[in-house]
Ligand binder design. Sequence first.
Ligand code: HEM
Length: 318
Amino acid sequence: MSMAIVVAFLTSLFFISVSTLGNALSLNYYDQTCPDAELIVSKVVKDETTKDKTVPAALLRMHFHDCFIRGCDASVLLSSKGKNTAEKDGPPNVSLHAFYVIDNAKKEVEALCPGVVSCADILAFAARDAVVISGGPIWDVPKGRKDGRTSKASETIQMPAPTFNISQLQQSFSQRGLSMEDLVALSGGHTLGFSHCSSFQNRIHNFNSKHDIDPSMAPSFAGRLKSICPVNSQAKNAGTTMDPSSTTFDNTYYKLILQGKSLFSSDQALLTSPTTKTLVSKFATSKEAFSNAFVKSMIKMSSITGGQEVRKNCRVVN
Ligand code: HEM
């Protein structure tokens, strides 16, 4: 190997390690600068959940949607401005809600330590708190994310859709460094919350040329969904809870998949590859196995970074 190649190799190694170090998150990131940040966020999430039981599901999904576009950089929190339509107003995000919870938490954190804690970190804390408050596992959130300055509705086309099959899901996750195990574990987020009819309409009316209803769906379940979501219904808010215990973070979601009672094609698709099917069965049998895998995958997903600054107001760039 020539000297020039060795030098180029060492230089690139140096840059890779410096850039990784620069973005690395740490557990003690705010120990000196804002030690009470997480406590404040937990309290706000708790108070707001007491007033509205749908808050935890909203926060967990918000964090996922943040991380999948430009990394976890709070780009999902920015408001549209002038000619720029922000992610928030992109099709998959119009059903996100409870943004005010992050605003309230940010306001309280800013009062104590101005300009220190990023909106992206506050959202990551809030997503963890949402899981804990719903009876799920607890974990330490690595911190030090920065907030981004770009948010484009057009980029939300990169979100996985509920009609995706297993190879589309795999591709969407692997593009972000996430594995099939991450896909199965994180899909367990669907133990919380609500879905509008439009998200599973494809499965219950005109599924394909042979079947009106998706044959992988239990007929009794399909019948119930059809009565909630009739063809051409104009009811904007119609829909159903993701699972019967939709405010409890448990492994019911996986049991339902095995019974053909999951809502989305993307949920049911987890049975169509041997690796993911085995994991669905494992998580359906063991809440503990699910909890451990979920924590591991949440930390992985929420470590996809991307931002540059610590925003003062989560809705606008500095
Ligand atoms: C694997 C790909 C995924 C797809 C295709 C997907 C799709 C969807 C769709 C279509 C809805 C319903 C939206 C509506 O109709 O209002 C939804 C809701 C939800 N998703 Fe996912 N999702 C995925 C992964 C995740 C992940 C990774 C998480 C979190 C770890 C998550 C958490 C949630 C939650 C909590 C809700 C309920 C939100 C609420 O009640 O406000 N999802 N998802």
